[in-house]
Design a protein around this ligand. Sequence first.
Ligand code: PAF
Length: 309
Amino acid sequence: MKIAIIGPGAMGCLFSHYLSRAGHELMLLDYRPERARSIAEQGVRVEEAGELLTTRVPVTADPGAVGGAELCIVAVKAYATRDALLRSRPLIGPETLVLSLQNGLGNVEAIAGVVPGGQVLGGTTAQGANVVGPGQIRHAGTGETVIGELLGPGSRAAMLAALFQEAGLEARTTDDLTGLIWSKVIINIGINALTALTRLPNGKLLDYPGTRAVMAAAVKEAAAVAGALDIRLLYPNPAERVEAVARATAANVSSMLQDVRARRRTEVDQIQGAVVAAGREKGVPAPVNETLWRLVKTLEASYAEQLGS
Ligand code: PAF
């Protein structure tokens, strides 16, 4: 299959590596031409089980150079989804499927603002990877990728799940994309902002009564917002589930902490911010999440003024 992956971050590199090695015709897109050139020269490098594997993948900053793709995987940060799609329009024809496996709320809706909804799929991935340098990642842990169609159940999600499985990536489908995405966002609500603010790896959040209490309160609020929206979560006890994920990914540096360490913008607007906004619309207050949101926004805004330790 001819596949374009938009965004050479941790997930973009990981999926490029696996899908290219499975024999698909891959193209990796980066909006920064110098970085695209450097990744094209050095290849996508994945540290896995003590080995450094290099996969040669064409990389370009010019979506017009690619020709049409059969599948586009959107792997940019959630705040960049719409702009990335607008830039990538030359790749997307009437038959192209566009798949988001990003963190946060609003991605599939942003894609459907540019591409007809029938072509849009979304999902979540429990793959863990950290960026080591441009085009180089460390594959920190495996987990399943779940895919659903924006307009409801259909055969394309199953086709893409099979494509992932054949490439050695555990995958399955869901008929309830909204429930799936909210279920993942609630995990991110409990872990990401707290790790970014404390600079702790995921598992350490459970070692301190303070972080544990804030985690429980933030998750309770977000679950109440989901409830007010009639969203069905995939697990009965959100607080327990978030703790279980923090334990299972104990050594992970969360994606938000990776952003803060690299002094980049985070996805907190699409995680805490989006849940607070949804709660406001439904009359469900979310003060703990609002506080976490404001603190992470302050961190982002003040990188240049922060004191070293
Ligand atoms: O964003 C992340 O880092 C991940 O989604 C998760 C589940 C919090 C694990 O690190």
